[in-house]
Design a protein. Structure first.
Length: 226
């Protein structure tokens, strides 16, 4: 089996250690940035929804501020954003290359998208449920944790799946500016040296990652939908 693989992808085996390292770097970037983006995205998404004019705690200043920053950072292509943020990344992380240097721009590129997804998920909840809870004297925190979040779990799971797949693509794109990972590996060996076997294997690997993410997301959606 190993011999067959080596015959099909000889160049990949020449750089096998770097290939494994690139996979680990991609998983590190995806995991760390994903967790941070998930927490911040839900936080800002909830704040955005409840501060709308028809929300449970209307606040035009906070709502407009979140809306402004989300729209600004969503409209900037990630490859431009990560290059533009290099000075800020160095100031925050101490470096702008490698896994540590990639986390900040990845979070910055992911959170606005996920915040908007959470906004859509929470806004789809029946307003009647909110009104009933308010009539029963449920506090704002109670409405958030007993109605908004529980009732929108399937939608949040769907949004998380979409965002996770997008984040995986951002980690690969980050390789163009020294973030490491599979994207950097493909650029150095698959693209610049024209090693097509490396290119094909890495594409298949990304497709497998996407499939796993989608299957996990579909499973969570299926068990939480009622």
């Amino acid at each position: 089996m190993s011999t067959t693989l080596q015959e099909l992808a000889p160049n990949l085996f020449d750089f096998w250690d770097e290939f494994i390292k690139s996979i680990i770097e991609t998983l590190q970037m995806f995991g760390i940035a994903g967790i941070i983006s998930f927490v911040l995205g839900i936080f800002f998404g909830v704040i955005f929804v409840i501060t709308k004019p028809n929300g449970i705690t209307p606040n035009r200043l906070i709502n407009n501020s979140i809306d402004f920053f989300v729209n600004i950072f969503r409209s900037i292509p990630f490859i431009i954003l990560i290059a533009f943020m290099i000075p800020f990344t160095r100031a925050i992380a101490g470096t702008s290359i490698g896994v540590r240097g990639a986390i900040f721009p990845l979070v910055l590129g992911c959170v606005p998208f996920f915040t908007r997804q959470i906004d859509l998920a929470l806004s789809s909840i029946d307003p009647g449920l909110i009104e009933a809870a308010q009539a029963m004297g449920v506090s704002n925190l109670g409405i958030i944790f007993r109605i908004y979040l529980p009732e929108s779990i399937p939608s949040i799971a769907r949004s998380t799946t979409i965002t996770a797949i997008s984040l995986l693509g951002l980690t690969a794109m980050g390789g163009a500016v020294g973030a490491g990972g599979i994207g950097s590996f493909v650029l150095r060996y698959g693209y610049q040296r024209y090693y097509n076997d490396i290119m094909i294997v890495c594409i298949l690997l990304i497709l497998i990652f996407v499939l796993i993410i989608q299957l996990i997301g579909d499973f969570i959606i299926a068990i939480t939908t009622h």
